[in-house]
Design a protein around this ligand. Sequence first.
Ligand code: ADP
Ligand code: MG
Length: 847
Amino acid sequence: MSAIDSLRNVLELERQKGYTDRAVIGGLDKYLHKQARQIRQDLIVALNEVKSKELIPRLLNDFDELNLANSNYVSYSRSERKQWITTVFGWLDQLDKAKSVIPGQDTGERTGKVQVKLRPNDQDASLSRAARTAARLKQNQTADLDSPITAVKGITPRVAAKLAKLNVRTVRDLLYLFPRRYLDYSRRKLISEVVEGEEQTIIGTIWQAKVATFGNRAGTEAIVGDESGTIRVVWFNQPYLAKRFRTNAKVVISGTVGLFKGQKVFESPEWELLEDKELIHTGRLVPVYPLTQGLYPRQVRKWTKEVVDGYAWQVVDFLPSEIRNRCQLLELPTAISQIHYPDDQTMAEKARRRLAFDELLLLQLGVLAKKREWQEGQPGNAFRIDREVIHRFLSCLPFSLTRAQERVLEEVLADLKQPKAMSRLLQGEVGSGKTVIATLALLTAAVNDYQAALMAPTEILAEQHFNNICSYLRQAVTRGESSEVADGTSRCYRGFLSRPFTVALLIGSLTAAEKERLHGKIKRGEVDVVIGTHALIQKEVEFRKLGLAVIDEQHRFGVLQRSALRQKGFNPHVLVMTATPIPRTMALTLYGDLDLSVIDELPPGRRVVRTKCLEPQDRERAYNFLRSQVANGRQAFIICPLIEESEALQVKAATTEYERLSREIFPDLKLGLLHGQMPSGEKEDVMRRFRAGQLDILVSTSVVEVGIDVPRASIMLIEGAERFGLSQLHQFRGRVGRDKEQGYCLLIPEKPSPEARERLRLMEKIHNGFALAEKDLELRGPGEFFGTHQSGLPDLRLAKLTDLDGLELARREAIALFRSDPNLEKPEHAHLRQQLSQAWSKAAEWS
Ligand code: ADP
Ligand code: MG
């Protein structure tokens, strides 16, 4: 007797016994818990008998939603028990019915929509497919989604090693290796209708196929004919094809048609013999997969087809059906099948939408859970806000806060007052004055006898913060009877707070002795504010009482580092700052664990950097202008074009450019070179020399440090400008004109298309980073705008952070879920909970 039959008997007995949980010894839950696996296995065998294969995902899904392994029958009331058992019977009936149904007209509906009738005998296609699926099932009974990929026919350990490079190790991974795009080979033409230069598909009979030579290479030449005519088809280097094409065999050819001596010819097209099989390489939307050395498109398609047919329906849909319905999403097994081998463009898009939703929902849920854990897991430290100190500090500054700064300051102070930890993201354009806000928060921590830390991504930035903050404090203390005492790594201010107040700089390049001394002072609580780099999160650094952590240029740090700094204290307040303008919804998704504040106003009198988009032939003039600026004691940046394919190429190009400029253009000036593959000490050194005015021109790749102040730099020349996003160009130009002098930004595109030139022109007109970010999104579309790679976050394969509607939807659903069932404890959320922990497991330290 199968486990399914026993299940039926047990439930029947339980019904007879009046739902008293006496049908089996030990209780129903224990029985189900032990049997669930076997029941599912038997179910998979039973599904072979189901004729309408499209019912299978639903049956399996419904079964999984019953969640027998985690049943909680014992806790139910009598009427709940009755209802639950009725549900299970309902499902058993469904299964029985499915086994007796023969596929009818309705099941053909979707295939009917395909534009081409290519399949040899369309009505039979789904049947024969089903038969094959069933056969495969028998053979695969031991393999499941988590089996190593070698369980798939044709995948040898050698192939598996290649697939591993694409992070494909299990059957499930292969299901989740999504195509990058599709070739549209779904439009069938008669041979007489074929036109030159377009992707199209023909079906015909092989009249003749033979080995032919092209130049000195052997290839294959075939003549294919249909009722309307014949056409030549050539493959330049696959002589073995000649043997595979038997005369009179039916073949499908998909590809682009060219002209040779006035005759139309298919050149190295995709081909597929028309057998009793679904087409996967031709005659449809054909998936194009990411490949790695030694993998060929046809092979990969064969394997993905294999797993889609054999395993996709085993994937458990972890989304509660309520959400799926509300958001009108495909079921997961269907979405997975359709993303690989879509019936048509509409289905491909629906599949993408479902799978992207999953990614965003999991991202959101994880981020929300993290936030709650920080805020509610343990109480935070409520700070007293000392208005007197804040006022005294502000009144000593040579400027007054902008309205936006005032607003943001109040938002920060309001957080600090709370007995739960602040988690706030402070966004503000370059030069909008984030540092003052941070300084006031640091001071407030000190007033409350807590220590505070500020972490910057580079030594230069850390030093810069240290100097700026010290200069603010110096201005504040020199008013009264007060003093600044400096030693190598720290400065102490008296007369400002009721006790001496010490600020220290902790960076990697300190000597070991200096570091050790500083570590000691931090541990003993003799330092109030520590400003530093990653050196701050080393394990030797122990704070006596860390109450606030400020992190500058957030996008440079992963979630993990943020978390590491947080862990240095007892649930400290956290403020992260960034100059990268991110549209709100996107910020909420990526940093959904953070509240958002925006400084959307620059201090008055800030001059905009004058920006000009030049033609490549204007380069001479640009160099002359640059030279004249240098003659006036100014400095210049020259940014080299972005080469995305390879960091090594990029470095090479920058080095060549640096040498060319040094030798041919500016032999009399002092030039420096900065690129990503230099050791960090060398990088810092070049930047330091540039900042100190020892270099006139800094030739750099796009690594040039965000946030760096080089007061005398007035000119920014950007080569290959069309390769950068507007936001990035805006960040670059924020590096110049920091002083009172006018700043200039010259954009030299390489081979601009009219659209690219138009886009660059926007830089001349728009000087607001957020407006440019929005434009970027609009013009460059998804993917380009913001690197999605954030360490510690689950990866996004299909979801685009630029899909604002999708973000909004996922966020709304995540928040609703979170409200109704914060720990995902409800039975209908069990699969979701499991999926969530899997998605986040890569960032294990995170949770
Ligand atoms: P960012 O937001 O890029 O980190 P900073 O905090 O470095 O900007 O500030 C840039 C410059 O503007 C600094 O020299 C700072 O002293 C100055 N500044 C900050 N706020 C104001 C203000 N309200 N009015 C005038 N200058 C200001
Ligand atoms: Mg800054």
